[in-house]
Ligand binder design. Structure first.
Ligand code: TXA
Ligand code: MG
Length: 317
């Protein structure tokens, strides 16, 4: 019998080679990161960027994050500044993305950033993506490996289910342990969080020693990816619910909820990081089980809870 996941590969020397060769030719490859799986392509190549947008069905005005091995590689492409250095030192590699001004002469293809003069850059910490970045001589444009506006994938199988055979190489790196997309912070002027993530505003404020703004109003240019409807499982979601009596899916948080067939607990120990790590996996499971509605209890709006509530609000839209 033919393996339906013949495009999923485990990571070893041979598949690392296969991956870097494919990327070098301008093809796209799905790779694990600590946050979510990404769809990677050469950020210098028009062909790769075009393919990423086509495969995802992503609107062209939504710019991509460009991923680097380290700061030295990034400084060829963007103008680094003091706020960046402070955050980089404490948090990188890791689940945070910085929006910075593009350097004159940068080789990043303009189509990767919708011709803007800023670039979002990230230094992922997952060891597989780091091995790939170390081996190649170009940065990777890499959005989450899902169809536009759908849930981000946290396993290789999620990616294969999403794109079927449209992606030839998916590298299996186990479950993404952060489980939610990186924090995006604009550092081109006063620091401003554009997308909350596991690295919360409090933490950033502490490192920078100053106030950080949180983007509420979503402008077209600023972060088109913060489209109102996003991260959607394609099932109606009802937020801030109390215990109720139906057989619809009920997402809970904390140990007072019993185990039932239709109950899905984000974290029994009320650990918000654990809840974030479980969120997409649980939403996918509920979808697979063909529930028609999702009810979810109120999630505390602090720390990683801010990111969870952000994603839930968008998913519910
Ligand atoms: O955790 C992550 O960040 C994952 C992994 C694969 O690295 N990637 C990811 O990429 O979530 P994507 O494309 O799904 O989300 C990128 C976000 C979008 O909201 C996009 O609008 C924003 O970053 N963005 C990218 N470039 C930007 C820029 N120059 N200015 C403002 N926002 C930008
Ligand atoms: Mg995405």
């Amino acid at each position: 019998m033919k393996n339906i996941y013949s495009n999923i590969f485990s990571f070893n020397k041979k598949t690392l080679n296969k991956t870097t060769i494919a990327l070098g030719k301008g093809n796209v490859v799905a790779l694990p990161t600590e946050t979510v799986y990404g769809l990677a392509g050469n950020a210098y190549s028009k062909k790769s960027i075009k393919m990423i947008y086509r495969v995802k069905g992503r609107p062209k005005n939504n710019p991509l994050i460009v991923h680097f091995f380290n700061r030295k590689d990034a400084e060829k492409e963007v103008v680094l500044n003091d706020n960046f250095f402070k955050l980089y030192r404490k948090l990188c590699p890791g689940p945070i993305t910085f929006v910075l001004n593009k350097r004159l002469g940068s080789k990043i293809h303009p189509s990767a950033t919708n011709n803007m003069n800023t670039v979002a850059i990230r230094f992922p910490s997952h060891k597989i993506i780091r091995s790939v970045l170390k081996k190649i001589s170009f940065p990777l444009a890499m959005p989450s490996a899902n169809l536009s506006s759908r849930l981000s994938p946290v396993t290789a199988k999620d990616v294969a289910d999403e794109f079927k055979k449209n992606i030839k190489i998916i590298i299996n790196g186990g479950k993404s342990y952060i489980g939610i997309e990186s924090t995006v912070i604009d550092l081109t002027s006063k620091p401003k969080i554009l997308r909350p993530g596991i690295i919360c505003p409090e933490k950033i404020k502490k490192i920078l020693g100053k106030k950080v703004n949180i983007g509420k109003k979503i402008t077209k240019i600023q972060s088109p990816g913060m489209l109102k409807k996003h991260y959607s499982p394609g099932i109606p979601i009802f937020l801030n619910q109390k215990l109720f009596n139906t057989n619809q899916a009920f997402i809970t948080f904390g140990k007072k909820y019993r185990d039932r067939k239709n109950y899905f607990n984000l974290s029994k120990s009320t650990n918000l990081k654990e809840a974030a790590a479980n969120l997409y996996e649980i939403l996918r499971k509920i979808k697979r089980l063909k529930f028609k509605k999702i009810y979810i209890v109120k999630i505390p709006n602090k720390g990683a809870g801010i990111a969870i509530n952000d994603r839930l609000k968008r998913a519910a839209n």
